[in-house]
Design a protein around this ligand. Structure first.
Ligand code: TRP
Ligand code: SF4
Length: 427
């Protein structure tokens, strides 16, 4: 007997390479520890992470943590953007400090959008929807071009990045315009700036992204590490070594003193008796800050799967029928659902005999990702579909109705959000 898998629409097969080749960890391992896990967590839409344990630990023990993301204001905000917005909002609800960049420098340099357009799209598409979805004041929302802490940091990070590395990640060539390269570093600065002193100093910060975004995360983790004054490594069991990469002598001395480690010419050797690795790391960060370093922690990340396009294949902003925008007219959104590809069989008889295939159904995906919050209700849909008692026509109508209502309510909330921009320091 095959077991029911209501999350089948988000099959992991295509993603296993990420675990093996790139060292992304499985999110499942953390799931049980998470209080009120988000629907994307419960349903394994979020399937992987890098050092999310650090974020979770802070969340559980009431220590500072943050979540950050950015949107390039180049077109319409759609259900894919909604996923990231929800993830950020969820972290704010769990007590995190949250940061949202409007990547106008990127849109200007890479997509040729005028500053005026960037401003309008930034507010009208992304910010209003994020607020409508539940972002609360206290969130730091900013436009890159107007935000000096990020611009200054990106210049600083640029010292640690070179053309070869950036071109390997972003595919830059000799023809790439220089501001495009600058905008890549600006993204790294977006990610690291919540850890600047003026924002409360080093802390776990999570960047929720789609799985194709991992190269940016790796770059930024590399930059964080390169700016660190010290290299902390766990050696043979019970042994930690701390090397000063660009640290003053006194700083290393201070670390030796505070950890009770043995001071050598260029490193400190610690036998762990009373201190854990993370306690040693936290002492090292304090000393680094005192001596003028950043002491960045590598940013954490979570990886979510993508929805398939409503017509099969990928969602693409150049194919309006493949996605639903948050500002689509409710009736149009419903129509897109009615025209979407399902996992239904060719004939009704076959459907009754074999059941549908929700795992291959973009309509079912809408329910999993966006429209049905209750896991039991979703399980019912799944069972009825594979059992052959649910037919696609009705199922699409059911889903289209949900979509219409969601869009209608969302758009009403967007209008209310317009009056609240002030509360977010905007306008
Ligand atoms: N480059 C991202 C995009 O194309 C936008 C972005 C800018 C971003 N800064 C970021 C995403 C920081 C995550 C974190 O949409
Ligand atoms: Fe998809 Fe619904 Fe048809 Fe099942 S019945 S294949 S979930 S549209």
């Amino acid at each position: 007997m095959t077991t029911l898998d209501p999350w089948g629409a988000v099959k992991i097969d295509n993603y296993s390479k990420l675990f093996d080749e790139f060292g992304i960890s499985k999110f499942d391992e953390l799931l049980a520890k998470i209080p009120n896990p988000h629907r994307y967590m419960r349903r394994h839409v979020i399937f992987g992470h890098r050092s999310y344990d650090s974020v979770l630990e802070a969340m559980l023990s009431g220590k500072p943590f943050a979540a950050m993301s950015g949107f390039m204001p180049s077109g319409k905000a759609h259900l894919g953007h909604k996923m990231v917005m929800e993830e950020i909002i969820w972290h704010q609800q769990q007590g995190g400090d949250v940061f949202l960049a409007i990547a106008d420098m990127e849109a200007h340099a890479v997509r040729g959008k005028s500053w005026k357009e960037c401003r309008e799209l930034g507010i009208n598409e992304y910010i209003l929807s994020a607020i409508a979805l539940g972002l609360e004041p206290g969130a730091h929302i900013y436009f890159q071009s107007k935000f000096n802490p990020v611009r200054d940091l990106s210049f600083e990070l640029g010292i640690r990045a070179n053309f070869s590395e950036l071109s390997a990640i972003y595919g830059f060539s000799g023809e790439t315009n220089v501001s495009h390269m600058v905008s890549a570093l600006t993204q790294s600065a977006d990610i690291l700036h919540p850890q600047l002193k003026e924002f409360g100093g080093p802390k776990p910060v999570v960047i929720p992204v789609g799985s194709d975004q991992d190269p940016h995360i790796r770059l930024t983790r590399g930059l964080a590490y390169k700016t660190n004054m010290f290299l902390v490594e766990e050696r043979a069991a019970g042994h930690i070594s701390i090397r000063g990469k660009a640290a003053p002598k006194e700083a290393l001395q201070e670390i030796a003193k505070r950890t009770g480690g043995k001071l050598y010419e260029e490193h400190v050797d610690i036998l762990i008796l009373n201190l854990t690795l993370s306690e040693v790391e936290s002492i090292v960060r304090e000393v680094e800050l005192k001596y003028g370093g950043y002491a960045f922690m590598p940013p954490a990340s979570t990886y979510h799967k993508f929805m398939t396009g409503l017509q099969g294949g990928k969602m693409s902003s150049s194919i309006p029928e493949s996605y639903i925008a948050l500002t689509d007219k409710p009736e149009d959104g419903a129509k897109k659902v009615m025209r979407a590809i399902t996992g239904g069989r060719v004939t009704l008889e076959e459907q009754k005999k074999l059941g549908g295939e929700p795992d291959k159904c973009s309509v079912y995906e809408l329910l999993v990702y966006h429209l049905l919050e209750d896991d039991n209700e979703l399980l019912e849909v799944y069972k009825d579909c594979v059992g052959g008692t649910r037919v696609c026509g009705n199922c699409k109508k059911f889903t289209a109705e949900f979509m219409k209502n969601f869009l209608k309510e969302h758009q009403e909330k967007r209008e209310l959000a317009r009056d609240r921009l002030n509360d977010f320091g905007l306008k």
